[in-house]
Design a protein around this ligand. Sequence first.
Ligand SMILES: C[S@@+](CC[C@H](N)C(=O)[O-])C[C@H]1O[C@@H](n2cnc3c(N)ncnc32)[C@H](O)[C@@H]1O
Length: 202
Amino acid sequence: MKEEPSAYDRFRERYDEGRVPWDDPLPPPEIMALADTLTPGRGLDLGCGYGRAAIYLAQRGWSMDGVDFVPQAIAVARQRARAAGVAGRARFHIASAAALPFLAPPYELALDIGCMHSFSEELLLGYRAEVLRLLPPGASYVLFAHLRGDDEAGDDGPRGIPEATLLNLLGGDFILERVERGTTRVEDKPPWNSGWFWFRRA
Ligand SMILES: C[S@@+](CC[C@H](N)C(=O)[O-])C[C@H]1O[C@@H](n2cnc3c(N)ncnc32)[C@H](O)[C@@H]1O
């Protein structure tokens, strides 16, 4: 029986082969708009990839930590931060977003652009514990996720999370201030339901 590649293997393979459709010099417009509304502080980018959001925010005065479990992604993020002259304000770490013992609170902002939506239940619990530990009450937490129905297996292509699972995971500890649902296309695959979620730590 052929074993399914792990999420790590799938992402590592993508970076090795340069199949990185989220590679862009700029972060999504939602992040740029956010930067216009918040006072710079300490920010955390979970599943940062090549660091486009962390570097953008560092250029606007934020002190950023980006985390990704693929070393190739972090190597490029560090190189790009140096090239942008913000290596001192955008630090990048090779780590699982569900285990961040080397980071200390408080962060005023956490971003997750397409990371946790592919997590197993166990990883989601570790991730939740870290976000709760690192964000104090009042902190912003902005999340982009592919969304799937409860009964969709989600075992091919980019994974998604049922919206109810996402809201149950964070509910109680985070106030959902705004949500924008839409669809996203990844490569030549059919469009996926997706959503931007703006939370505040209760
Ligand atoms: C869709 S990409 C988005 C990258 C980046 N946020 C951006 O918008 O450019 C998702 C990223 O999450 C990372 N990732 C997935 N699972 C992870 C985990 N358990 N811990 C850390 N990073 C993870 C992947 O390596 C990948 O770089």
